[in-house]
Ligand binder design. Structure first.
Ligand code: HEM
Length: 490
């Protein structure tokens, strides 16, 4: 019996192997180059979990600016040519979302980040319009609403640093609180107190959730793993978190007076829109609205916070450049004046420094992946529908064909001889095209106002040395390892 089943197994194996071989030989479509990948798991076992971008960088060196790997069940095209990315991401066919378990299994195609097609188009247009209007609305202080909300967050953070002057401080909880509240105010019209229980829970979800949904997480590529005990726990955490936040969002939505004609945040805009639709909601379902609100909170908080953490860390590493920014601040703003929106364009070295940090330590080394929604030919290669398109930002930012001495930290590369900002078109920390970051302007303003206010008030140094050459912590974003900042009053 055993011999029989062994024989059967062997026959089956030969049959499958021959079938695959013939299929492969008959398939005349030109495939992109790439490494050998195992059945089922593909290249996943060979990817450095702590720093997947390092593995892909080695593959890029071998196979070039466009190569294919199999990530579990997901065929993937890794592109390190920014000009090609620019062209592709303008086309609808390359603006689907990657077929990850997170995108369709957990988020079920709802929201902004994980949606595609009509639902994405409707809500992207709606939210972009709402954010533009919020930016035009003038408050009593003469600032626009977005600027005012950001300044309130900045003031909170500076106050927190003042309480810790001269001593080492882990800035993460303070930053998360201040930036989270900026997004909360713009999205929900809510500002939480630091110790508010709901807020503590929402921050915990954000922190842990981001780690779980990392692009290279195996669950994304091998959804069947969710049945294993280890992943069951992850799934339970994510799904419970989703359910609880939606209940909380519903309470916020219910507290909004939808008879108003003007909105001051995204949630109000949605409620007013629902009132106008009078039951004919189309894609404006509650489920979709909860997801959009959650996406704005998640995408807006972690990204800006992490970028600021990197910038402040680099400030401590380059005290001469820190001093140059302070001199710039003194001459443009003055020591005792608040930074105004109009000042930001004149703070050129600060902007160049920020861009250089975003280049050399991009917080999204693998970018935010897209997918190809139909069979296509790219650079002569056949790319089948459902392929994940990975814009390999890390490789683009360190490419010696694009940048002079890319390994060196040199903000001056973003300034011309007249001290004007140069923004090369191959530099795309917010990506590019139809799905370009929806919060780019808010993100940039938040970063500039925070860093400017910190350096206007403090000199910053580090408690312990920090080796920038060691790997940072990779979750969905690339986060600096734990450090403590010492702010001293200027
Ligand atoms: C330094 C800060 C930020 C960085 C580096 C950043 C980066 C990105 C990137 C690379 C994408 C992917 C674009 C694509 O798929 O092609 C993205 C998408 C997105 N970002 Fe940002 N972002 C930042 C801040 C923000 C803020 C403050 C918000 C909201 C208030 C926001 C909301 C979004 C949304 C909703 C999307 C999804 C857009 C879509 O799929 O249509 N981001 N962001």
């Amino acid at each position: 019996m055993e011999l029989f089943s062994y024989f059967n197994l062997q026959t089956l194996f030969i049959f499958v192997f021959t079938f695959l071989l013939v299929f492969h030989l008959l398939d005349r479509k030109k495939r992109p180059p790439g490494p050998f990948c195992l059945p089922i798991v593909g290249y996943l076992p060979f990817i450095n979990k702590e720093a997947p971008y390092q593995t892909l960088l080695k593959l890029k060196e071998k196979y070039g600016n466009i190569f294919a790997i199999q990530m579990g069940f997901v065929p993937t095209l890794v592109i390190s040519d920014p000009y090609l990315i620019k062209r592709l991401f303008l086309m609808e066919a390359f603006c689907g979302r990657a077929p990850l378990y997170l995108t369709f299994g957990i988020m079920q195609g709802y929201g902004l980040i994980c949606s595609e097609g009509q639902i994405w188009r409707d809500h992207r247009k709606f939210v972009a319009h709402v954010l533009r209007n919020l930016g035009k609305y003038k408050t009593a202080s003469g600032r626009n609403l977005i600027e005012e909300v950001i300044i309130n967050g900045v003031d909170d953070f500076v106050m927190d640093l003042r309480h810790n002057t001269g001593q080492p401080v882990n800035i993460t909880p303070y930053l998360r609180h201040s930036i989270g509240n900026i997004v909360n105010e713009l999205v929900f019209g809510v500002t939480y107190k630091m110790e508010d229980e709901t807020w503590v829970y929402l921050q915990h979800l954000l922190d842990e959730g981001f780690k779980h949904v990392a692009v290279a997480g195996p669950l994304n590529f091998l959804p069947f793993l969710r049945h294993l005990p280890k992943f069951k726990k992850t799934m339970k955490f994510i799904l419970e978190g989703k359910q609880k936040t939606h209940i909380h969002y519903e309470e916020i939505l219910q507290s909004i007076d939808s008879d108003k004609h003007e909105y001051r945040n995204v949630a109000e805009a949605y409620m007013i829109e629902l009132e106008k639709k009078r039951g004919n909601v189309g894609t404006f379902t509650k489920q979709q609205i909860y997801h959009v609100l959650a996406d704005l909170f998640g995408a807006g908080t972690d990204t800006a916070m992490t970028t600021i953490k990197w910038i402040l860390l680099y400030m401590t590493k380059y005290p001469d450049k820190q001093e140059r920014i302070q001199e710039e601040l003194d001459s443009v703003v003055g020591r005792n004046n608040d930074v105004q929106m109009g000042d930001l364009a004149k703070l050129r070295y600060l902007e160049a420094f920020t861009m250089e940090v975003q280049r050399i330590n991009n917080i999204l080394p693998l970018g935010v992946p897209h997918s190809c929604t139909e069979d296509r030919i790219v650079e002569g290669y056949y790319v089948k529908k459902g392929t994940m398109i990975l814009p390999f930002l890390w490789a683009m930012n360190l490419d010696p064909n694009l940048w002079k001495d890319p390994e060196n930290f040199r903000p001056e590369r973003f300034l011309d001889e007249y001290n004007n900002i140069i923004k090369p078109e191959f530099f795309m920390p917010f990506q590019t095209g139809r799905r370009v970051c929806l919060g780019e302007d808010i993100g940039k303003l938040t970063i500039s106002f925070f860093v400017a206010a910190v350096l206007q008030n403090f000199n910053v140094t580090l408690k312990d040395d920090y080796d920038l050459n060691e790997n940072a912590e990779y979750g969905f974003t690339l986060v600096p390892r734990y450090y403590e900042l010492i702010p001293t009053c200027r």
